[in-house]
Design a binder for this molecule. Structure first.
Ligand SMILES: Nc1nc2c(ncn2[C@@H]2O[C@H](COP(=O)(O)OP(=O)(O)OP(=O)(O)O)[C@@H](O)[C@H]2O)c(=O)[nH]1
Ligand SMILES: [Mg+2]
Length: 248
């Protein structure tokens, strides 16, 4: 098998025709599992010069302004994009390699535009996603009320076994909060998806959200026959920090 070069990170194309796994698009032989995870038999080199063993696509979705881009920037660069809000146009991606139980897992993270006018672009990418981080903004009730509609859309366009996690973002904004944490928990339970609150501003639970998803995906792909199933919500509950804490 020839060595595979990962797709570019920052500055990925905004056009809907670009594929999340460019090697496949180019017709190169990329070994995949049944669900499409890139799983090379030998480590591959990512564009940032990092080797990885397995790669997955994760999509950030949710209403415009909930903090998808900020969450990704916080995770990738450890910084917060303060100041004026620049709404994402179309779709973009960044790569990050995590070490999960000794396995180097590359996440190719797709940041989608929440605005309605870009919805058809987003739809085209759902089917390639292995995991979806669905965000609402705890200071914006409408973004919370729209979660059901987002889930309907996800079920229509995404793979049946896609990993979904609900995130209530902007947990730092205590004074502006209009959605209680318990409401988020209740909704997540109703839809059977794991949940936690995050803050791109303070960094609260940001690393955890991506790590938990990477762990779930890695376990699904590489589980030994006798190994128990990874319990995503249990892991999150154990590792999660509450508002007022200062994980970064
Ligand atoms: N207080 C607080 N503000 C945040 C947080 N995350 C994002 N913001 C602010 O919310 C606004 C929108 O953030 P973005 O990340 O651009 O939102 P988005 O979901 O990417 O929006 P679209 O690209 O239009 O879909 C910006 O002004 C951010 O500074 C957070 O965790 N806490
Ligand atoms: Mg954005």
């Amino acid at each position: 098998m020839s060595r595979k070069k990962a797709v570019r990170g920052k500055g990925g194309s905004n056009t809907p025709s670009s594929s999340p796994i460019s090697d496949q698009e180019k017709g190169k032989k990329v070994p995949t599992q049944s669900n499409g995870a890139v799983h090379p038999s030998r480590p591959s080199l990512s564009s940032s010069g990092e080797f990885y063993d397995i790669a997955f696509k994760v999509m950030l979705v949710g209403d415009s302004g909930v903090g998808k881009t900020c969450l990704l920037v916080r995770f990738k660069d450890g910084a917060f994009l303060a100041g004026s809000f620049i709404s994402t146009v179309g779709i973009d991606f960044r790569n990050k390699v995590l070490s999960i139980d000794g396995v180097r897992v590359k996440l190719q993270i797709w940041d989608t535009a929440g605005q309605e006018r870009f919805r058809s672009v987003t739809h085209a990418y759902y089917r390639d996603a292995h995991a979806l981080l669905l965000l609402y903004d705890v200071t914006n009730k409408a973004s919370f009320d729209n979660i059901q509609a987002w889930l309907t859309e996800i079920h229509e366009f995404a793979q049946q076994n896609v990993v979904i996690m609900l995130l209530g973002n902007k947990a730092d904004a205590t004074h502006e909060r209009v959605v209680k944490r318990e409401e988020g928990e209740k909704l997540a339970k109703e839809f059977g998806v794991p949940f936690m609150e995050t803050s791109a501003k303070s960094g609260l639970n940001v690393e955890l959200a991506f790590t938990a998803v990477a762990k779930e995906l890695k376990h699904r792909e590489m589980k030994e026959p006798n190994e128990p199933k990874f319990q995503l919500q249990e892991y999150v509950n154990k590792e999660m920090k509450g508002v007022g804490c200062c994980r970064s």
